[in-house]
Design a protein around this ligand. Sequence first.
Ligand code: PGA
Length: 261
Amino acid sequence: MIAMTRTPIVGGNWKMHTDAVTARSLAGDVARGRAEAAGPPVDVVLFPPAPWLLPAAEAVDGSPVEIGAQDVSEHREGAHTGEVSATMIRSAGAAWAIVGHSERRHGLGESPERVGQKLAEALGHGLHLVLCVGELESERTEGRTEAVVAAQLDAALDAADAGSDATPENLVIAYEPVWAIGTGKTAGPEEAQEVHAFIRSRLAERYSAGFAERIRLQYGGSVKPGNAADLGAAPDVDGFLVGGASLKADDFLAIVAAAHG
Ligand code: PGA
């Protein structure tokens, strides 16, 4: 595949952490840090809990940092208690959402089809999406990593293609091996590269070589300031989805600064 420059993209997934005060200050600290940062460009998106979307969007206003939701409903509107729609997310000043995070797939039993419906609905309403895929430790041990990742990709993208078009601009794929999330175990740069190259070749077959060259592929799972540069140097790793280390502005900014490798 022809090498080309993709602007890395780093997401901070705060999960169910922060309160109204700490969310605002963390978003403000990241925004200030990025506004002052030198070096090659990196896109940055913060994913606070849903109640803090609006205050976080206000805190980053005027900076290059964007805001996203950690999940999005597959429904447009109506009697869906507790759900948050794509239009609500946009109305709160957020441009992005995560779909298919492993804590929802495995922790909350979200099916690949439902992930696909969410992707289609959100893309259709102008949100940009981070689609998470990744294998369990047992699936890796059984040599099924590529099959699992391919099935998750296909289920989600089939639904999206039926509704609205995914593009390299409105879609990011995050490869997050489940065994590396919140465990301190990280895929090595070679392990991450292998799966990222597989995902890119799968997208080339599905769409086109040009699509595959332009789409950004994030790595996620225990990314820290100390391992980010090695992972970021892998040719098909175009940034990170960061959980625990995104809750400290300094650590998160150091990871962003290391995204080019
Ligand atoms: P972690 O989480 O960085 O805490 O491992 C990553 C994620 O869940 O996106």
